[in-house]
Design a protein around this ligand. Structure first.
Ligand SMILES: Nc1ncnc2c1ncn2[C@@H]1O[C@H](COP(=O)(O)OP(=O)(O)OP(=O)(O)O)[C@@H](O)[C@H]1O
Ligand SMILES: [Mg+2]
Length: 550
């Protein structure tokens, strides 16, 4: 069927389907062209006469029709009543149209039923047979009751014309209904492929060229995939594996390969598993290639390794710190005694003592950081007013910020008290602010913001306009003793302590950074729950897996 006409007010998929008036007009055109339209499409005495006749005999017509049709179409007795009443309604609508051709409800209903309604449930011939029968019954009644009436030939001719028109419409409605069904199925298939939670490519079996890609593939890999050999989407070193995968799929119908990568213009490699299947229908041979994104799994694995590593180092650190703390205290005391014992020390001795003392304090600071880092989750959790703590810390660090040319801005939202260790949280702020200042050797801006977020959490973000962190280093900054600072300037424990405090509180920490632009640390902490502190000794009380971040 050729389709034409376009009513922009209709929904997209209907745009190619003709409207009902267009339909009617077209069929009128065929009838006119074939010389089958003897009676004009407007009210007339003849039309009125035929309509009155049919209306008067409508019940009888349907009764005779039902008996024949029940047998012919093998309709069970239970359904015949319903069918008769439907036919009665249909007859009324047809009669209304015969009486006044402007009245087109009969076609509106037929068209609707051809789209998934009762007409579409059976072969078209079955429906047409029942229509032919109606025409025959009405013709018989006319012949019998109006025998000798001079209007009879004209009435029969009008009946035929109306009947032909009806048959032509029904034929088109059938095809249109079926086409629409197919179009709906195709669209539903296309949408399900597009919204599948995996990148999918359709690849020509003979040469491995991509000819179709779903939306996920276009979004996650590249927008122009069509026409490219599928192996070209992988790094050089993996292309052989992909060719093998395609060959195996052609041979065995199915193949999978794990731990591969997709190259994405301007973005990092995407770790993936690949599954391919051979689809054969008719003379078509297609390979469907599906990619399962492994990045989230990799991230989780990374987090798991990270937190296991942290726990192991934490235990080790705690052990060492405890062992060293006492000797350190003894040495410090000894140094103090020495200072007091030596009368009039020479400048050299005095300087040595000073250096020894300074280094002792540094060693002690490292030890207390190590202990803070390795504190287990049983550390006392308190209700901490985050905003007040930030303000106090900033006041304390004011001079330090000023000396380094750093302007601090705060945007403290209405956050309730958080469940976290207060001393630990102070360390968190001190470490993050110190890092930020150290990242801005030429001065810059420090922004501290707090806000309440859903699920009873508070968010704290600390942003600087410093040197930033290169992406390849981001995964290591929370490692104990990882530092990029000159020896003696940093021990690399600051962020490990931050991580450990936040994790113990059941919170999360994330970092975003753009080299040369700055870094933002975002911490989320649980809002204080009355009674929580009583449970603080129960590790389960803080079993928040999100706390494994990063
Ligand atoms: N705001 C930041 N901007 C840029 N780099 C940062 C920032 N914060 C941390 N880093 C990087 O992460 C590394 C580790 O930080 P961390 O605080 O753990 O140790 P540190 O500052 O080097 O030493 P410490 O804090 O023990 O004195 C730093 O050496 C630095 O390279
Ligand atoms: Mg630091």
């Amino acid at each position: 069927m050729r389709r034409r006409g376009h009513d922009p007010s209709r929904d997209g998929d209907a745009a190619t389907v003709p409207t009902l008036p267009e339909h009617l007009e077209r069929i009128q055109g065929y009838l006119r062209g074939c010389g089958l339209l003897a009676f004009p499409g407007s009210e007339s005495p003849l039309r009125r006469q035929l309509a009155d006749f049919m209306e008067l005999r409508c019940d009888e017509t349907v009764r005779i029709w039902a008996t024949t049709i029940a047998l012919a179409l093998d309709i069970d007795a239970d359904s015949i009543d319903d069918l008769s009443s439907n036919m009665l309604d249909a007859q009324q609508r047809w009669i209304a149209h015969i009486r006044n051709p402007e009245e087109i409800e009969t076609y509106a209903v037929l068209r609707e039923h051809a789209r998934g309604g009762f007409i579409s449930k059976h072969p078209p011939s079955r429906f047409l047979a029942s229509q032919l029968k109606i025409r025959q019954i009405v013709g018989d009644l006319l012949n019998r009751e109006l025998r000798g009436n001079p209007d009879l030939p004209e009435l029969l001719a009008l009946l035929d014309q109306e009947f032909w028109e009806r048959v032509l419409h029904i034929t088109d409605f059938f095809v249109e209904g079926r086409e629409r069904e197919i179009a709906d199925q195709t669209e539903s298939y296309r949408r399900s492929v597009d919204s599948a939670p995996a990148a999918m490519l359709m690849v020509r079996a003979e040469d491995g060229i991509v000819y179709s890609a779903n939306q996920v593939a276009e979004r996650e890999i590249a927008s122009s995939l069509k026409g490219r050999p599928v192996w070209e989407l992988h790094p050089e070193s993996e292309r052989g594996v992909i060719r093998e995968l395609l060959a195996e799929t052609r041979r065995r119908g199915l193949a999978t390969r794990g731990n591969l990568h997709l190259e994405r213009p301007g973005r990092s490699l995407l770790p993936v598993d690949v599954r391919a299947a051979l689809i054969e229908f008719g003379t078509n041979h297609t390979l469907q290639v599906m990619y399962v994104d492994l990045s989230e799994r990799r991230q989780l694995e990374f987090k798991l390794i990270q937190s296991e590593k942290m726990a192991a180092i934490g235990q080790l650190a705690a052990g060492i710190a405890h062992e060293i703390r006492n000797p350190l205290a003894i040495i410090t005391n000894a140094l103090y005694d020495l200072g007091a014992l030596i009368q009039d020390p020479s400048p050299d001795v005095r300087e040595d003592l000073q250096i020894a003392n300074a280094e002792m304090s540094r060693a002690q600071e490292i030890i207390s950081n190590l202990l803070e880092f390795s504190r287990d989750s049983k550390t006392e959790i308190q209700a901490v007013d985050l905003n007040a703590l930030i303000e106090r810390t900033l006041k304390l660090m004011n001079k330090y910020l000023q000396n380094n040319g750093v302007r601090a801005y705060t945007l403290l939202g209405p956050v309730e008290a958080c469940d976290v260790n207060e001393n630990g949280m102070r360390q968190v702020l001190l470490n993050l602010i110190t890092n930020a200042v150290q990242a801005m050797p030429k001065g810059g801006e420090l922004r501290i913001e707090t806000s309440a977020i859903p699920r009873e959490r508070a968010r704290l973000s600390i942003a600087d306009t410093g040197v930033g962190i290169p992406p390849q280093r981001l995964g290591r900054i929370f490692d104990p003793f990882f530092t990029t600072k000159a020896p003696g300037e940093g021990t690399g424990l600051g962020l490990s302590v931050v991580h450990s405090v936040v994790k113990n509180a059941g919170g999360t920490i994330e970092v975003r950074s753009t080299p040369e632009r700055g870094t933002t640390f975002v911490i989320e902490l649980p809002i204080h729950q009355p009674g929580f502190m009583l449970d603080a000794d129960e590790p389960a009380a803080k079993g928040n897996p999100a706390g494994e971040n990063p």
